[in-house]
Design a binder for this molecule. Structure first.
Ligand code: ZN
Length: 309
């Protein structure tokens, strides 16, 4: 039965598996307790042109929108460019209000996970970066013992989770160990490419126009996703119509205030009878604010606010 001989090219399979494995970046997950790893250079330039850093530093803005794709926005100051969000933060008088959207430092590293023995990307905040920096500048440690391919030592990131830490926040320690881990035979064939692709893991910076638009949406409390904004506007419109209808009926029959069903469900506070346009009309529209939620001028105020420059 020679014609049924299996001709399977396992070498090709292995090669494709490796490509598949590294076509997306596996991220190093820091779990409570000890996380052993080997640091690698942030790029191959360290062997050719020289380099003095071990991680890519960048800036992000969190907490502007709780919408997928907008939870973390890369700040253009990463590339020494101006940033509409940072400008807004610096101009806002209410510092407490903008504190949570202020730019934050993030760092990307190439690491070799010593638990599953694979090359990964690690992303951290400044606490872990500072931990590595101490060793980078320590004459007993320094670059060869940290990122040298055959001379580097095992490091451990020790995480004490918030519920067990004395501060109530996650606490990270970076601990160097004297154990040398020679990576020469452990790295995948295409490790050079992987190491060099680290910087590309930083999400692309959005255009200035888009970032300015996002600031505007943030200030006005509008979702950056058109579909969501539309859905929300429909709800606004529906509410406005119901309230207008209600106002008409009241004028006609001088009836007691009875809210339509949908309004009753959504209502958290009773609708105030407003005969007069409020002083804040068109100036201070805030859909998250209870003051606006119960205001009959809600929709018109929003339109005035949005169209105002
Ligand atoms: Zn910024």
């Amino acid at each position: 039965m020679g014609s049924f001989e299996l001709k399977v090219d396992l070498d090709k399979f292995r090669q494709e598996e490796q490509e598949r494995k590294y076509s997306y970046s596996a991220f190093f997950e820091i779990k409570p307790g000890e996380n052993p790893l080997r640091l690698l250079p942030r790029s191959m330039k360290i062997f050719t042109e020289g380099d003095y850093l071990f991680a890519h530093r960048y800036f992000v803005h969190y907490n502007m929108f709780d919408v997928q794709g907008y939870r973390m926005i890369v700040c253009p100051t990463t590339y020494k460019d101006t940033c509409p969000i940072c400008e807004y933060v610096s101009q806002e008088v209410d510092k407490e209000k903008v504190g949570r959207i202020r730019r934050q430092e993030r760092f990307l590293y190439n690491v070799f996970d010593l638990v599953d023995e694979t090359l990964k990307v690690m992303e951290t905040g400044p606490q872990i970066y500072d931990g590595f920096t101490r060793y980078w500048l320590d004459s007993e440690w320094g670059p060869p013992k940290m990122v040298g391919i055959d001379t580097g030592c095992m490091f451990k990131i020790v995480l004490v989770p918030a519920e067990k830490s004395s501060t109530g926040w996650n606490h990270y320690d970076v601990v160097a160990t004297p154990k040398v881990v020679d990576l020469t035979s452990k790295l995948p064939e295409n490790w050079v490419e992987i190491v060099d692709s680290l910087e590309s893991k930083i999400s692309l910076v959005r255009s200035k126009e888009e970032l300015s638009k996002l600031v505007e949406y943030y200030v006005k409390g509008i979702s950056p996703v058109i579909e969501e904004t539309k859905k929300r506007e429909e709800v606004f419109e529906e509410r406005a119509r119901e309230l207008e209808e209600l106002a008409k009926q009241q004028v006609k029959g001088n009836q007691q205030l009875v809210l339509p069903k949908t309004v009753q469900v959504k209502q958290e506070a009773p609708v105030q009878q407003q005969s007069k346009v409020p002083d804040c009309f068109g100036l201070n529209f805030a859909p998250r604010d209870q003051r606006c939620k119960v205001c009959v001028y809600w929709t018109k105020c929003r339109d005035a606010f949005i169209s105002a420059e």
